[in-house]
Design a binder for this molecule. Structure first.
Ligand code: 4NP
Length: 152
């Protein structure tokens, strides 16, 4: 089983979309996908209604996900830890215990060489279009990542 964790700040907007998208592109008998937030603001909450809605438009159901906070043991549980922006990257790397932990952490958009700005923008304080933009970025990059993982 290969395990992949998607990480953002609140685990209610971006990483639930990344989680739902990647899980939809990989067979669940050999891949485990989850998501978490670096912050504790929304523990136990459903994804933001705007993330649920944009996913539903594209036939992805993220409505049963529940937000949780990143924990140190995630470094042991997961083979790959994809973070949405540089701030998430710094937070997770500061929690690393050893270089092997750090080697698992990647900015998710590094996998998409057609994109120069490597931040998945935080859509929380924006409008519906911000969520559409995030969905498109994550749809494209999870297609690339799923192909990479399936070819290993
Ligand atoms: P996310 O977005 O990190 O993509 O889940 C946010 C959600 C909540 C907050 C910030 C970002 N917040 O400040 O509550």
């Amino acid at each position: 089983m290969t395990s992949i964790l998607m990480v953002c700040l609140g685990n209610i907007c971006r990483s639930p979309l990344a989680h739902g998208l990647l899980a939809s592109k990989l067979p669940d008998d050999s891949f485990y996908v989850d998501s978490a937030g670096t912050a504790d603001y929304h523990i136990g909450n459903l994804p933001d209604h705007r993330s649920i809605a944009v996913a539903k438009t594209h036939r992805i159901d993220i409505s049963t996900q529940e937000a949780r906070q990143f924990r140190i043991s995630d470094f042991d549980t997961f083979d790959y830890i994809y973070v949405m922006d540089h701030s998430n990257f710094e937070t997770i790397v500061k929690l690393a215990r050893q270089t092997n932990d750090i080697s698992k952490v990647k900015l998710i958009l590094e996998a998409d060489t057609s994109i120069t700005d490597k931040r998945v923008p935080d859509p929380y304080y924006g409008d519906h279009y911000g969520f559409e933009r995030v969905f498109t970025l994550l749809d494209n990059v999870t297609t690339i990542i799923s192909k990479q993982l399936l070819s290993k």
